[in-house]
Design a protein around this ligand. Structure first.
Ligand SMILES: Nc1ncnc2c1ncn2[C@@H]1O[C@H](COP(=O)(O)OP(=O)(O)O)[C@@H](O)[C@H]1O
Ligand SMILES: [Mg+2]
Length: 364
């Protein structure tokens, strides 16, 4: 499980933008992602359309009022769960200061999640207090977004010193990367700035995030760029960033996705509901006599992760059944047939999705 802290004590350099869009990009590529909003301003929550102020989040977890499972909001966008943040986090510095293991609190919680996520993304507050120190101690990667201004260079120096100090004090060695954000290739200041960043002793991402009005638009809509502007060039910048930072993890996820279940069904799939226990209903998708070899199912009921652990597959007499248990309601889903995402050919109920295609609909 990779833990990536997006850190910079300077506000407005793109921490939250990077945290949201890196998470959403990874989630869209089938990685299982947990985004943690560590800023009392709760912008990562708002930017994903989640009203952090009304929900228990990181502060309540750190305080011990809620368990980890109780503060995780599942599937805020495809593949991404969120621990919200809100103004009560302003009191977290004080709370943490009184703990004996005050810099390890977050790391201890995250250790219990091993195996559940491929990646945890930490959106840090604009201060180098105990919350950021907790993030730095938990992280194996640190990304420092920088916008092109001279003030940001000054801040980077202090941040580097802090990270260096923490690293020697605690014997940790996170990889630290600067990320040029709001980059406008047409302006000389941005080009000069990039050269200056390149000359620093800290690594610099080859990927640059361009300045784009789409970023602010998406934030206003409470949606990640993958939903708001899937084809915009800036969305592509975040895809490139994900590949640069986590290429090998994404490769592993892709090959896991490709290893679907062998089957010899003949008919197009059909979906129907069967049984009810404890408020959850069992849904059975049956695939008979189909022309394809492998089928997986991904939808709102399993966080869009094809055949995640809650989907039971049974192969019987040349037909394949996929069983899952969901609470009553309407769900969008798609099938992954021989590795290709598509709507269920046997289900006429469908709704357009953000990719210009269709998701099938099931009412349970
Ligand atoms: N690449 C970009 N292009 C255009 N606007 C951006 C870009 N990155 C961030 N912004 C905008 O700049 C502002 C600050 O970004 P934000 O991610 O909230 O920074 P931070 O979390 O470091 O305070 C926000 O209004 C955001 O929409
Ligand atoms: Mg922020």
């Amino acid at each position: 499980m990779h833990i990536i802290a997006i850190v910079n004590q300077k506000g407005g350099c793109g921490k939250t933008t990077t945290a949201i869009n890196l998470s959403a990009t990874l989630g869209q590529q089938n990685a299982r992602v947990l985004l943690i909003d560590m800023d009392p301003q709760g912008h990562a929550s708002l930017g994903l359309g989640v009203a952090g102020a009304e929900l228990a989040g990181l502060y309540e977890l750190l305080k011990g009022e809620y368990r980890l499972d109780e503060v995780i909001q599942s599937g805020v966008t495809r593949g991404v769960d969120l621990i919200p943040g809100n103004i009560s986090l302003a009191a977290a510095e004080h709370l943490l200061a009184e703990r004996p293991d005050r810099d390890r609190q977050l790391a201890q919680h995250l250790a219990t999640l091993e195996g559940r996520y491929d990646c945890v993304v930490l959106d840090c507050p604009p201060a180098l207090g105990l919350l950021s120190v907790n993030a730095l101690r938990a992280a194996d990667r640190v990304v420092i977004p920088v916008e092109p201004s001279l003030y940001s260079l000054d801040g980077i120096e202090r941040l580097r010193e802090t990270i260096h100090l923490l690293a020697s004090q605690y014997d940790i060695q996170p990889s630290v990367t600067l990320l040029a954000n709001m980059f406008d290739v047409r302006t000389r200041i941005a080009r000069n700035m990039f050269e200056m960043l390149e000359s620093l002793p800290t690594d610099l991402c080859a990927t640059r995030i361009r300045n784009s009005v789409r970023v602010r638009e998406a934030a206003c809509h409470g949606a990640p760029l993958t939903d708001h502007a899937p084809r915009a060039p800036v969305t592509g910048d975040f895809r490139e960033l994900a590949e640069e930072l986590l290429g090998s993890m994404l490769q592993r996820v892709r090959s896991e996705k490709a290893q679907a279940i062998e089957m010899q069904p003949d008919n197009p799939p059909a979906a129907r509901k069967v049984d009810e226990t404890h408020n959850l209903k069992e849904v059975v998708f049956r695939f008979d006599n189909t022309k394809f070899k492998r089928v997986q199912i991904a939808g709102e009921f399993n966080n869009w992760i094809p055949d995640d652990k809650d989907v039971e597959t049974e192969i019987r007499d040349g037909s394949v059944q996929k069983k899952l248990r969901v609470s009553p309601g309407g769900y969008e889903y798609r099938l992954v047939i021989d590795g290709v995402w598509q709507q269920d050919p046997a289900n006429p109920e469908a709704t357009p999705n953000n990719m210009g295609e269709y998701n099938s609909l099931i009412n349970v």
